[in-house]
Design a protein around this ligand. Sequence first.
Ligand code: F6R
Length: 638
Amino acid sequence: MALPFYGKKSILKLCEVYCGQKLPNIMCGIIGYIGHRQALPVVIKGLKRLEYRGYDSAGVALLETNNLKVYKKKGKVASLEEELIGKSLEGHIGIGHTRWATHGEPSDRNAHPHVSASGQLAMIHNGIIENYTSIKAELTQKGYSFKSDTDTEVLLNFIEEIKINNDCPLEEALRIALKRIVGAYCILLIDQNDPETILAARKGSPLVIGIGKGEHFLASDATPIIEYTKEVVYVNDYQIAIIKKDELVLKNLGNERQTPFITKLDMELAAIEKGGYEHFMLKEIFEQPTTINDCLRGRIHPQEGLITMGGVEAYIKNLKEAKRIIIVACGTSWHAGLIAEYLLEEYCRIPVEVEYASEFRYRNPVIHKGDVIIAISQSGETADTLVALENAKEKGALIFGVVNAVGSSISRMSHAGAYTHSGPEIGVASTKAFTGQLAILIMITLKLARALNTISTSDYKQLLQELADIPEKVARILENTDPIKAVAEKYKDASDFLFLGRGYNFPVALEGALKLKEISYIHAEGYPAAEMKHGPIALVDENLPVVFVATKDRYYEKIVSNVQEIKARKGKVICIVTEGDNIIPSMADDVLFVPDAPEALGPILSVIPLQLLSYYIGTARGLDVDKPRNLAKSVTVE
Ligand code: F6R
């Protein structure tokens, strides 16, 4: 049912029955258009916007008066565009797909759309059909052969086989097929004998339908739709959509009509364009003063000593009474969770556990009624996180989401939450979403600590004021990136890196290492600085750059000793230090300065040079930093 997810700009109330099934294995981006325009430009532009979801291959199917054309190509959308040169490209109906390979290697023949045996149907699919081998065997026995290795082609022919066998409309065949399959899907299906309709269905994988005047847009998320319309319908699991240019019908698998619930998008086109930057990643790093400010604005009131967060207020009793808080997340979001553990334990005195969602969901964890789970996710679609939450929710835990993507699955299944308001994050490596998550987690901590009376009024007020000053301090770091570029240039050919930090700076070290791995393909490890001597110190020699996150905090003296330990073994030491520090700069090979801040807020500042370091190393190595190999933005495969 309607789940409150409170933000400063809007109170989003999305009615959805959340189906409680095992959740998705979805990646890939899908796009569809039906209406008065030529479909291809809409589809290609949409694919480019969705490319961050996967870029192993891309393809389109166009339909115009009983003429179905399908073009597809291994590689990025740019390769598909080359493939389209000189081809017949007419069509007022179009579907397109950008793939992150699951079944079948990335290749032309495994690229979507797939065409049915008769040549009449074309389909794109985002998800995994888990029982496709048995269906394939059934179809093979009936004489079907397959052109690709994909589960999608199997599902498509299964639908066609049902249609022929039962002599029924395609919509009915689709319904029957979907009742038989196990797995996750978002599919768009077109029929050359019906050039007026797109059929769509979802379970697990997201689907948004944009409503225009005499036209409809379909996509995995709202980014390709926003420039045409702000009115969208989020399709729910087990719904089938029958879409014509001026009609949208939603039905459940029982063939009952359901009312489409129209949501207004709160997003501007500029937010999803590069805006003069060479890469989305760089743009998103530079947006941080604004995005952090957007996250704080309307929520913190330092003068009055107030924090307004509807989601926290609505569940303050549960939060105050929680015997423990479990934080569930993956990747960069998990690193934000680790910082939240330090914050919540220090200021609220509530025990906190931070869990990798992928482990938490499978290891039969102990969850009590009344436990509070904070789920952190940029996309709100990460499969492991989603399923972990499902399980915990069933056991009576309160789910509080810290999510960036408005209307995403995690935001809809949470009891309450807070949006980070970082805007669409297109660069595959997470940057601005991370600092947004930290800002939210700090606000939650302070608000809860205040309610619990576990923080002194002076500390509370000071932290609130310091938090308000953070966007301006981030802007100061971004004013002069030359020293970071110089460090990147100096170490770009290293084969390994070590990142070290203590206290709040330890998760920052982990995040610095993750960013570097993703963006530059350089092996990097993050470690607690003191733990280093229990093993990783053996790696240190004159070729190893060691990055210390060594800002002024309660561990400062100790980290100075750690720096010396590395120097004594001839390692190259690069330090992130607080402005005005002159001790570490006298011993390090390179230093990068960040403004002073209370240590609980320090990570929002110290992570910025690390984001830029990996960006500049990645670009210096000539890599595609927005689309690093093998990665995808929404990791919806378990
Ligand atoms: C790293 C990165 C990933 C994500 C992780 C979780 O730069 O982007 O590690 O943080 O896949 O994704 P969300 O936050 O969308 O659940």
